[in-house]
Design a protein. Structure first.
Length: 149
């Protein structure tokens, strides 16, 4: 009869263990989403800042070098009038630019790059104090620059 007593003891211990154990976890229902998930915003790279336009003074420095290389053989040697002469001959910077671009140098008219003619013009405009060295020159607005009053 020992066995029935053993069974009773085991059942009693199981009952005690079950009573002392924490309750079994219950599944927590997940509520349905109430809002549509939005896309995670991605970082937008900053728009690159365009380089600042060179000032008339910076263009003038370049123009002086171009003049020395391409124009001084005639203008500095006395074969042609100095650039200041041309400033008083034309009404606007556009007229002077167009003249230089289509007629200079006399040996090869139009042989310089457009930006080189523009740099030479800037050198002359700054040198004659028609345009301030810290001004920004716009090649599309040369007609607005009066060369003499």
């Amino acid at each position: 009869m020992r066995h029935p007593a053993l069974i009773v003891v085991v059942l009693a211990l199981l009952t005690i263990v079950a009573a002392c154990a924490p309750p079994a976890p219950t599944a927590t229902p997940v509520p349905p989403p109430t809002a549509v998930p939005t896309a995670v915003p991605t970082a937008v790279p900053p728009t690159p800042t365009p380089p600042a336009a060179p000032t008339a003074g910076e263009l003038a420095k370049l123009g002086q070098a171009v003049f020395a290389r391409s124009c001084s053989s005639c203008h500095a040697a006395g074969f042609a009038p100095p650039p200041a002469h041309w400033v008083i001959r034309f009404s606007t910077a556009q007229e002077l630019y167009d003249f230089a671009r289509t007629r200079m140098p006399t040996s090869q008219p139009g042989s310089l790059k457009p930006e080189e003619y523009f740099q030479i013009l800037a050198w002359e405009l700054v040198g004659e104090k028609i345009v301030a060295a810290d001004a920004v020159l716009d090649i599309d607005k040369l007609a607005n620059i009066a060369l003499h009053k």
